[in-house]
Design a protein around this ligand. Structure first.
Ligand SMILES: Cc1cc2nc3c(=O)[nH]c(=O)nc-3n(C[C@H](O)[C@H](O)[C@H](O)COP(=O)(O)OP(=O)(O)OC[C@H]3O[C@@H](n4cnc5c(N)ncnc54)[C@H](O)[C@@H]3O)c2cc1C
Length: 385
């Protein structure tokens, strides 16, 4: 499955932008655990972050394949799109389920870069992957909802104006169906900060700007409820296939970076009077990593094609995400091995990318949950949880 040629100019433009943000830029941020504000501003100004926003709201109205190409090129250039990918992930929920008035209120500002929608609040410390057990509540009081609870691993909250929040609006015991009773809100964190919302950063093994959120009687206007009350879990699920495709693209970009870096080094590094890449013990792992990346890329393209045709792509999107996350991690490991001791030196960027790409077999969905999805929905095996 070859890629559509119309994506080539987008890829070239993203590459050109990323060249202005070389390894040294990312290394400094990594050391300081600082947010790549200049990089995100440049991407926004060039319109790349508004790729999925329809033209009528000031975006470029591109396809998920185009958005995937943008994310892949950022990773393949040695950068880290995790600083800003949520704006694309959250778009599925907003475009499909927000009202016309909500779209009018938020999308033009997001497209212009004046409003940042970079935070997505689902995970909680106790319920973890079991989203339907989440405990954060939103109780209706007149023309507001009052939010109480705690979220964890909410990335970029300190660098976002808006948060897409999933909270319980009907107690679990009172809902008719398992998946009901949760609702999605747009929370304006500029108003919530100092009015019950506390953000606590969590330092992690890579530079990811992730945080813990505490809500104490945070008042959210009822106008900020997305779609119907109680249907939020379905809305979040409906955006997940696009999210899986985009994450797959990021992992494929990472894998390409590692493979490129390893192949160049193996061609040039001479030990025992010959390039190390002349040894099958060095070249085979690189070839294997390449095959893994290409297989994931084909699955990602299949998922994107189904998505764009409006067909069900749950299985393909999940498989693409899993295969790509495994391919990028295998390529990362291979790249360190190929470089010997230099793989561990900061200035080669490999150890940084190695830490960054490790995330994707855990988040935004972990390996076991993808495998469970395939077992249950493709193979007809009994649900295991
Ligand atoms: C850096 C980072 C950034 C993140 N950003 C965000 C964000 O912006 N917004 C957000 O909402 N979340 C975010 N997350 C959360 C992420 O999506 C979760 O960490 C992930 O889904 C796993 O959930 P958990 O950590 O609660 O693990 P748990 O649910 O506690 O699971 C622990 C392990 O047990 C396994 N497991 C659990 N139940 C089963 C089962 N029934 N069968 C087999 N295995 C099982 C899991 O696969 C996992 O390996 C982020 C996480 C990290 C680390």
């Amino acid at each position: 499955m070859t890629e559509r040629t119309d994506l080539a100019p987008i890829r070239a433009a993203v590459r050109a932008l990323c060249e202005k943000f070389p390894g040294e830029y990312w290394r400094r941020l990594d050391r300081e655990r600082a947010y790549p504000a200049e990089f995100v501003a440049a991407l926004t100004e060039a319109g790349f972050l508004a790729a999925l926003i329809p033209e009528q709201y000031g975006g470029s109205g591109l396809t998920v394949s185009a958005a995937a190409a943008i994310m892949e090129e950022i990773q393949a250039s040695g950068g880290n799109g995790a600083a800003c990918h949520a704006q694309m992930y959250t778009m599925g929920t907003l475009l499909r389920h927000a009202s016309a008035a909500q779209k009018e209120r938020y999308l033009p500002g997001i497209a212009r870069g004046e409003l940042r929608l970079q935070a997505f609040g689902v995970t909680e410390p106790i319920s973890g992957t079991d989203t339907l057990s989440l405990r954060t509540t939103a109780r209706r009081e007149g023309d507001h909802y009052v939010v109480n609870g705690q979220k964890i691993w909410i990335s970029r909250a300190e660098h976002s104006d808006l948060l897409l929040l999933l909270a319980r609006t009907t107690p679990r015991e009172e809902v008719k169906s398992r998946a009901s009773g949760l609702s999605v809100f747009i929370v304006d964190m500029r108003e919530a900060m100092g009015n019950g919302l506390t953000i606590r950063p969590i330092r992690t093994m890579m530079n990811h700007a992730t945080t813990e959120l505490f809500f104490e009687n945070v008042r959210v206007p009822a106008d900020n409820l997305i779609g119907a009350e109680g249907e939020g879990f379905r809305y979040i699920l409906s955006g997940m296939n696009a999210e899986r495709i985009l994450i797959a693209a990021e992992c494929i970009g990472d894998a390409k970076w590692f493979i490129d870096k390893a192949a160049s080094y193996a061609r040039e590094r001479v030990v025992f009077d010959r390039p190390i890449g002349q040894n099958q013990g060095v070249q085979f792992p690189i070839a294997r990593a390449y095959m893994g990346m290409r297989a994931a890329e084909l699955m990602m393209r299949e998922a994107a094609a189904l998505y764009e045709a409006g067909k069900d792509c749950g299985a393909e999107a999940n498989m693409a995400k899993q295969l790509a996350a495994e391919a990028s991690w295998a390529a990362a490991d291979m790249c360190i091995q190929t470089h010997g001791g230099f793989g561990f030196a900061e200035e080669f960027d490999i150890e940084r990318k190695f830490r960054e790409t490790r995330l994707y077999t855990v988040a935004p969905i972990s390996t076991n949950l993808v495998l469970s999805y395939i077992a249950e929905h493709v193979l007809g095996l009994p649900r295991s949880y």
